[in-house]
Design a protein around this ligand. Structure first.
Ligand code: 8YV
Length: 321
């Protein structure tokens, strides 16, 4: 890479991150924060040494194949890399990195908010107050589900899952988890390991999804797996929409099999299945898991740390391909 490599930055980034980019690189910024189509992205990448994209960009095998030869690295501003075809990048010798760790706290906050918001009917209540339709109070008004002391199942006990478990313990929740591997007792901190999700689901008063999106986890939450949850369970998803089969989740929310769902991520964002909007037992956020000032700065700096390493010929800390 050149001394001051050219970096195509696909979205507007926090000021401090763009300042550092300007200081150390020749950035092609996107001050209007316009979404680039794949054709435009490829066009703008001409002559660039690296890309700094977000999860909103489609870096499929087809797009990667059309990137100019000058592109040596893709330093993602995201922990999830399901928008990048890693094999295609590897085949072209393009280094790919992500931004783990720095968004675990922010995302865990949102997962807790989804649990609380869905269980305590936050959307319904807020709508009522805002619409000026709150007329009364009674002991049976807007009664929801208590979170404290309930059993929480976590699918994917990675960085985010572990923080969610810690926060949930603050609500005296009994934590259970499923992952490909069992953690050491010190990390488990009393959480109960389940080898399969079939074993985990029947004990979940609350289910929180934190596994990565990949072919093996696509539609992991489907008609069959939802049937294994206790009646009246609450499902929350702050990971990726593709892990959930929308039709199955919506049917379970309609029938009352599930009491509520809290969602921050969806299939086909932002054109989500409209049924989610119509249901009263959904608490919906617009993919803001990592949207805090501290975290967005940290994500940008982490992406730049990775680029700095690549430029210096060192192994980047967060290499995924
Ligand atoms: C980010 C995320 O906002 O990092 C991720 O994988 O899902 C989000 O928290 C987004 O991906 C930024 O590109």
């Amino acid at each position: 890479m050149k001394d001051k490599p050219t970096v195509l930055v696909t979205r507007r980034l926090p000021q401090a991150v763009e300042d550092r980019l300007r200081r150390d690189y020749e950035p092609r910024l996107n001050p209007e924060d316009r979404f680039y189509s794949s054709d435009e992205l490829i066009e703008r990448a001409q002559g660039a040494d690296a890309l700094l994209p977000c999860h909103t960009e489609d870096l499929s095998a087809e797009v990667i194949a059309r990137l100019p030869d000058s592109v040596r690295a893709i330093a993602n501003f995201s922990v999830g890399v399901d928008h990048v075809d890693l094999e295609a990048a590897k085949a072209r010798g393009i280094i790919v990195t992500n931004t783990p760790d720095v968004l675990s706290d922010a995302t865990a906050e949102i997962a807790m908010m989804l649990m609380l918001g869905a269980a305590r009917r936050a959307s319904e209540g807020e709508r009522l107050v805002r619409a000026g339709e709150w007329r009364t109070w009674s002991p049976t008004f807007m009664v929801g589900i208590q979170v404290t002391g309930k059993r929480l199942g976590i699918i994917g006990m990675g960085r985010v899952g572990l923080v969610v478990a810690r926060r949930a313990r603050g609500f005296d929740m009994e934590v259970h988890y499923q992952d490909v591997r069992r953690h050491a007792a010190s990390l488990e901190a009393g959480a109960v390991y389940h080898e399969t999700i079939e074993d985990l689901l029947p004990i979940c008063d609350f289910l929180s999804i934190h596994c990565p999106a990949m072919p093996q986890t696509r539609h992991l939450i489907n008609e069959k797996t939802i049937a294994l949850l206790p009646d009246g369970a609450v499902v929350v998803n702050a990971a990726r929409g593709t892990i959930v089969d929308d039709e199955a989740l919506i049917a379970a929310l309609r029938s009352g099999k599930l009491a509520a769902a809290g969602l921050d991520v969806y299939n086909n964002e932002p054109d989500i299945n409209p049924a989610y909007r119509e249901l009263t037992n959904t608490f919906l956020l617009p993919h803001i898991g990592s949207a805090t000032r501290e975290t967005r700065d940290a994500m940008g700096f982490r992406a730049l740390d990775n680029l700095d390493a690549i430029r210096a010929g060192r192994e980047p800390r967060d290499r995924v391909a």
